[in-house]
Ligand binder design. Structure first.
Ligand SMILES: *Cc1c(COP(=O)(O)O)cnc(C)c1O
Length: 367
């Protein structure tokens, strides 16, 4: 069906942006350094500065970023890594691919990992905690840092959805031993293809990441440890540099839309709550509703595209079910209630009115 209000619109419709991206592409065509060209290092410098970190290492995807960050910190076979139950499955997969075992903590009503659940799950083999700043909202990092500190665990942020988000003025990605970002086309800070970045303050971790992302080699030929080919294309780095300068406008429009939703929809459905300390980027806008499936069908009838992200808790995925250790009753309960409504920056005020009006009419309808 042709949606009147699409969930996402990845076309580049702004003429000025289109010209900038084409210029960036032209620049790469002219110098011809298609792999590890100058834009790659420039992007790393900009991202590190943006996040308040010493180092950024660009990689081929957000999945690769988390996997390589864990490898660079020495996580592997025999280790347990505690993560959330609600995320894109890439989070659990990155842990499992290192040889470690993911352990799944429960979530709070804000959909982020519940620190008290993390504390209960720490065992003899636990090596690290991987919180996910889900929906673009930074987790309770002070509680998680205290737990990690007490137990001597590494803290690695999966910040794939949260580039630009802050907690008490501190950027997502600046809290852990390392943090991973995704710049895939759906993310708020997006390339025109696959891309990711790891940030850290640790020089040893940076050095290991640089070799891991190129088959574990140093000086081009000597292989110190097995690794994938996980580098970012120069073209994507060049496009991301242009997009970085447009990010403030993108974030402010998303936050404006979220403000409109919160104002009109609180009391009709459950809406995300932002504390005065948080500045969320609204990668997704997840409402909560008892009659979620009926609401989704109703909005579809109104031409509004919505998504259930993600309908299966990670420990319930066939790849992990049966052997998954953890706590996930709250995750299962919330997954039955959540619905993502469009929040992308291309929404017009008319689109917004239509979404708000439709949800309010649904809320007023027969139970
Ligand atoms: C998008 C995403 C990833 C994976 O990023 P890719 O660039 O798609 O590989 C990992 N974790 C979370 C939470 C994500 O949203």
């Amino acid at each position: 069906m042709k949606y009147q209000v699409p969930f996402l619109d990845l076309r580049v419709t702004d003429e000025a942006e289109r010209r900038e991206l084409l210029e960036a592409f032209e620049g790469v065509l002219r110098h011809g350094r298609l792999v590890m060209g100058p834009e790659v290092e420039q992007l790393e410098t900009e991202v590190a500065r943006y996040c308040g970190r010493r180092f950024a290492v660009s990689v081929g995807s957000g999945s690769s970023a988390l996997y390589l960050a864990l490898r660079a910190l020495g996580i592997g076979a025999g280790d347990e890594v505690i993560t959330t139950s609600l995320s894109w499955i890439a989070t659990a997969n990155a842990i499992a691919l290192t040889g470690a075992t993911p352990v799944f903590a429960d979530i709070d009503d804000d959909l982020n990992i519940d620190p008290s659940s993390v504390r209960r799950l720490i065992g003899r083999r636990t090596r690290a905690i991987v919180p996910v700043h889900y929906t673009g909202k930074v987790c309770r990092m002070d509680a998680l840092a205290a737990i990690a500190g007490d137990a001597g665990l590494l803290l690695v942020e999966d910040a794939a959805q949260a580039f630009g988000a802050t907690l008490r003025g501190r950027a997502a990605g600046s809290f852990g031993d390392a943090a991973s970002f995704s710049m895939n086309p759906m993310k708020v800070f997006a390339a025109l293809g696959e891309a990711g970045v790891v940030v850290t303050d640790r020089e040893d971790v940076r050095d290991r990441l640089v070799r891991l992302r190129y088959n574990g080699t140093v000086n081009r030929e000597t292989c110190l440890e097995p690794g994938p080919n996980g580098r970012m294309d120069t073209v994507q780095a060049a496009l991301l540099l242009r997009r970085l300068s447009r990010l403030p406008a993108v974030l402010s429009r998303r936050r404006e839309i979220a403000g409109v939703y919160a104002h009109h929809l609180a009391g009709v459905v459950g809406v995300p709550v932002e504390s005065p300390e948080q500045r969320d980027v609204y990668y997704t806008y997840q409402i909560q509703c008892d009659r979620r499936d009926a609401l989704k069908a109703f909005l579809e009838g109104e031409g509004i595209e919505t998504k259930i992200q993600h309908p299966i808790a990670m420990p319930d995925q066939p790849a992990y079910a049966g052997e998954a250790r953890g706590e996930f009753s709250n995750a299962r309960r919330l997954i039955a209630r959540i619905l993502c409504i469009p929040v992308h920056e291309k929404l017009t005020d008319e689109d917004l009115d239509h979404v708000v009006d439709s949800i309010v009419r649904f809320g007023a309808g027969p139970g």
